[in-house]
Design a protein around this ligand. Structure first.
Ligand code: CA
Ligand code: CA
Length: 369
């Protein structure tokens, strides 16, 4: 659970339910409910009197500070003659109640889960106010990050508009740069979206997908066993890093890795290991995705995991114009490009590989991690 440095919460008073002049049982009508987001996003649905529903507001601040928000202050307004608050959502129990307000994970979806928010004691107003100026902040880096999640009950027929307002929204930098100031979205931040939804919370909110596979890598020097995989969004600001430790069978390892809760999008997956040549893959994620990867040691021109005279010969053949490793496989070229000048394979690369193969001078300078 993420450490929250500072938490400023609104006064939370669970207001007594507004008393209406007739009981719900007397009213067999329906209410037309419209939920509005900050930028005019709307969703409308009709519910029978007595029915409960959940109003979700998501927030995508991914374009700003990688979606890391350091402070927010806002509310939902609803008409008390048609709606009352039934319950709010508690992510610890994955059920509805007023939750633990001292636990920010249950207030805002720092990573992925839904939030609860409090009724400030003012009829018709659900209020939230929280600040974590730490670098990490609250993470709103995907369309599926829940800003608020409130369960309402229809108590009378009519028309009800539930409106999101935000007084302050600031990124989690040292000065809490404001995206929204005094209720107005500041210039340059117009891409902020707050999608809204009205649906029964029968399943947890899906926040992303699993990207997993095996990373084939090789034994080099003792203690050099960590494989680091970095995922970077090309059409979003999502980044994540996973490090796994190789367990070898002979000289090679097929090491399982997984990224969880990856938002849909296109990514660059970079695979690194000491004494290996870093390799990048382009991966599209729109569902749970498998991507196996393979990296090879420096000098392994034919990518079979061993560096021997065959690799030196291959580099030499390229240097002599007999083969073109870039055409055969750009990654083979990168592995054969063992000596300076880089990005060019000449007799120096062939010699360096040969010296490594003959145990005269190792290409693998990383000895432990
Ligand atoms: Ca080889
Ligand atoms: Ca070279």
């Amino acid at each position: 659970m993420r450490k929250v440095l500072s938490v400023l919460l609104a006064i939370l008073i669970i207001a007594s339910v507004t008393v209406v002049s007739f009981s719900a049982a007397d009213d067999t009508g329906a209410a037309t409910v419209t939920l509005k987001g900050l930028q005019g996003e709307t969703v409308t649905q009709t519910y029978a009197v007595g029915e409960t529903f959940t109003a979700y507001t998501y927030m995508n601040a991914a374009d700003y500070n990688e979606g890391r928000i350091g402070a927010l202050d806002g509310s939902l307004k609803y008409p008390t003659d048609v709606l009352e608050i039934a319950e709010t959502y508690n992510t610890d129990t994955e059920d509805y109640d007023y939750g633990l307000m001292d636990d920010m994970d249950t207030v805002f979806p720092i990573i992925s889960k839904a939030s609860i928010i409090g009724n400030a004691g003012t009829p018709g107003l659900v209020y939230y106010n929280a600040s974590t100026p730490a670098k990490t902040g609250f993470l709103f880096n995907a369309d599926t990050c829940v800003l608020s999640m409130v369960r309402f009950k229809v108590i009378a027929s009519g028309t009800a508009t539930i409106e999101n307002t935000m007084k302050t929204l600031a990124v989690s930098d040292s000065t809490l740069t404001k995206i929204i100031s005094k209720g107005v979205i500041r210039p340059g931040y117009e891409n902020l979206t707050t999608p809204v939804a009205l649906s029964e919370p029968t399943t947890p909110v899906v926040t992303g997908y699993t990207l997993s596979g095996t990373a084939t890598n090789y034994k080099t020097n003792a203690g050099v066993d960590d494989v680091t995989l970095k995922l970077t969004g090309t059409d979003n600001n999502y980044t994540d890093t996973v490090t796994v430790t190789a367990s070898y069978s002979g000289i090679s390892a097929k090491t399982a890795y997984a990224f969880e809760n990856v938002p849909a999008g296109e990514y660059t997956l970079s695979v690194e290991k000491g004494n290996h040549v870093t390799r990048e893959y382009t991966v599209a994620v729109s569902a749970d995705t498998t991507q196996d990867v393979k990296i090879c040691p420096i000098g392994d021109a034919d990518n079979n995991g061993r560096v021997n005279s065959a690799d030196a010969k291959r580099a030499s053949q390229h240097a002599n114009g007999q083969i073109d490793l870039k055409t055969i496989d750009p990654y083979q070229f990168a592995c054969a490009d063992a000596a300076t000048p880089k990005n060019r394979i000449n007799s120096a690369d062939a010699k360096a590989i040969s010296q490594h193969a003959n145990a005269q001078k190792s290409l693998w300078t990383v000895t432990a991690e």
